[in-house]
Design a protein around this ligand. Structure first.
Ligand code: GRF
Length: 202
């Protein structure tokens, strides 16, 4: 499978996906990294690792038109699946329906709890002792699609939103590559895996 990763910022989940893809048994590779923020720090890392990037500001552009531009780049790169990794843009319906079942997102809470922004503040304000992260298929509703995997993370006494966010990111970085591999494997890359194993056996 050829994965397009969409980012807007730091790109630590993109990095986790990319480094996991070096494993010989990984059923996907990162075909392109796309950002709607031309100065996203994650782009520098993608470039340094030799991954093709496409960066364009969405400012002043109609949502559907911007998504069509992104879609064009993804098609050109031969992308089969999309991983949203801190992509801070709502997607147009046409884009979501085109990629239905082949586009995943990671969210730093145990969905369906705490959709949207300011998740860690909400967890701490509610006095919850467990939080976590979720990978789910993307549907038109924000942070709402079928859940593919979750990791639970302890909330510690004295946690701030920042300290909790950082601990949850450790969990995200192991969850995301695993769930993405499971999804694309299920979608037919099992053949690719079998071929790889066969190649190594002979
Ligand atoms: C992650 O916490 C993810 O759950 C949320 O945005 C953050 C992106 O972080 N959707 P990074 O850019 O991958 O470091």
């Amino acid at each position: 499978a050829r994965v397009g990763v969409l980012i807007s910022g730091r790109g630590s989940n993109m990095a986790a996906l990319l480094y996991a893809s070096q494993a010989e048994t990984c059923p996907y590779n990162i075909a392109i990294v796309v950002s709607n923020q031309p100065d996203a720090p994650g782009l520098a890392l993608a470039r340094a690792e030799g991954v093709p990037v496409f960066a364009a500001s969405h400012r002043g552009m109609d949502r559907a038109a911007f998504d069509a531009l992104v879609d064009d780049e993804l098609d050109r790169a031969g992308v089969t699946h999309i991983a949203l990794a801190g992509y801070m843009r709502l997607l147009s319906d046409a884009f979501v329906s085109k990629w239905a079942g082949r586009m995943v997102n990671i969210h730093p809470s145990l969905l369906p709890l705490h959709k949207g922004l300011h998740v860690h503040e909400a967890v701490l304000a509610a006095g919850e002792t467990v939080s976590g992260c979720t990978v789910h298929l993307v549907t038109p509703e924000l942070d709402d699609g079928p859940i593919l995997g979750q990791v639970r993370v302890a909330v510690l006494p004295g946690d701030t939103p920042e300290s909790l966010a950082q601990r949850i990111q450790y969990a995200e970085h192991q969850l995301y590559p695993r769930v993405l591999a499971e999804l694309v494997g299920r979608d037919g890359s099992a053949h690719h895996l079998t071929a790889q194993v066969r190649e190594r056996a002979f």
